[in-house]
Design a protein around this ligand. Structure first.
Ligand SMILES: NC(=O)c1ccc[n+]([C@@H]2O[C@H](COP(=O)([O-])OP(=O)(O)OC[C@H]3O[C@@H](n4cnc5c(N)ncnc54)[C@H](O)[C@@H]3O)[C@@H](O)[C@H]2O)c1
Length: 322
């Protein structure tokens, strides 16, 4: 049995990861301040003797100092997340991401505890060089456009992790997640799939921001968890940046139409300008497709679940909560 520390473990991806680790027979401690996650995501694990939760911020240095050495591996998922939250609360976004990582990586280095961090496809910024490969050059938008604060803070986390790897050989793993979707994800902070599915179930309009021709790839959280569980037994992944996601593209307009058709909803589609949704000066990218060759080569992983199946899983989950 290995002992895992999962920051952000009460969040959407974190709670599925915790479930995967517990199912494998490992023991897990979650540190989560429930800022965007919820107790409900992890409540069912409380009966397991291998599970422990600490409701606190992962930037509390004394807590991290106490907890990290008790574990064999740290998954760092705690982060400000979601375009809406990032636009509305830019200070919190940058501070939360950078401060937490700064403490955590220091303490992991001191006690030699391997660290995996979840970065994001947002770090590819405004690049149109699809598919995005891990070693591509990066073009980020102007600092006056608030959305880029998230990408820049996550990029700084990547630099920090790699710096510790180069200077002290701390085993670090950097995962760039592309849009990950599935049961338990909330639409509250702007995530498009749960937002559309919730509206479609209630026969309310599906609000598309922009012209809807922007394309995205959506990967099942269960596929992502399969990949995340492989890292600590894959030494070739140490010190590497690896994309995880789906490379099946769909426009946001097609996504809305697909959801309406699968759910047999009476919802209409409504277009809202970016300015109306996010305020002036919002930048968006037309396409965002991962190059998955590194994940295939190093982890022997590729996504399996088709979008229609993912939509049904989320729909059933949301209906079950109504
Ligand atoms: N979902 C996606 O499509 C996606 C895409 C790219 C990257 N990511 C990354 O994956 C990770 C998990 O994202 P998610 O989608 O599960 O979001 P989420 O909001 O559900 O999970 C983040 C969790 O971190 C917690 N948290 C935030 N700051 C904290 C702090 N300082 N201390 C303790 N807990 C804190 C929140 O309460 C929440 O439970 C994040 O690092 C995010 O940047 C997600």
């Amino acid at each position: 049995m290995k002992r895992y520390l999962v920051t952000g473990g009460a969040g959407f991806i974190g709670s599925h990861l915790v479930e995967g680790l517990l199912n494998r027979g490992d023991s897990v401690t979650v540190i989560d301040d429930l800022s965007t996650g919820s107790w409900g995501n992890i409540a069912s694990f409380e009966s397991s003797e291998n599970f422990r939760a600490i409701i606190a911020s992962a930037d509390e240095r004394s807590l991290i100092e106490r907890e990290v050495p008790k574990h064999d591996f740290v998954y760092h998922l705690a982060s400000a997340v979601g375009v809406k939250l990032i636009i509305d609360r830019p200070v919190e976004t940058v501070q939360r991401i950078v401060r937490t990582m700064d403490s955590l990586v220091d303490v992991c280095t001191r006690y030699r505890v391997p660290l995996l961090i979840t970065s994001t496809s947002e770090v590819y910024g405004k690049s149109d060089c699809v598919p995005f490969s891990e070693d591509n050059d990066i073009t980020i938008g102007a600092t006056s456009k608030r959305r880029w604060a998230y990408a820049s803070a996550k990029m700084l986390d990547e630099f920090l992790a790699l710096a510790h790897y180069y200077q002290t050989s701390l085993p670090v793993f950097i995962v760039r997640l592309f849009n990950t979707v599935g049961p338990k994800q909330t639409g509250r902070y702007g995530m498009v799939v749960p937002r559309f599915i919730s509206a479609a179930i209630k026969n309310e309009p599906l609000e598309i921001y922009g012209d809807g021709e922007q394309q995205r790839c959506f990967c099942s959280v269960f596929d992502v968890i399969d990949a995340l569980l492989k890292f600590d037994s894959t030494p070739q992944a140490i010190g590497q940046v690896i994309n995880l996601g789906s490379d099946e593209e769909i426009s946001i307009r097609q996504l809305a139409e697909r959801i309406i058709s699968i759910i047999k909803s009476k919802s209409e589609i409504k277009f809202i300008s970016y300015e109306e949704a996010y305020g002036p000066g919002f930048d968006d990218m037309r396409r965002r497709v991962p190059d998955l060759s590194k994940a295939k080569r190093i982890l022997n992983w590729q996504p399996k679940t088709k979008l229609n199946e993912i939509i049904m899983q989320i729909c059933n989950h949301i209906k079950g909560q109504m």
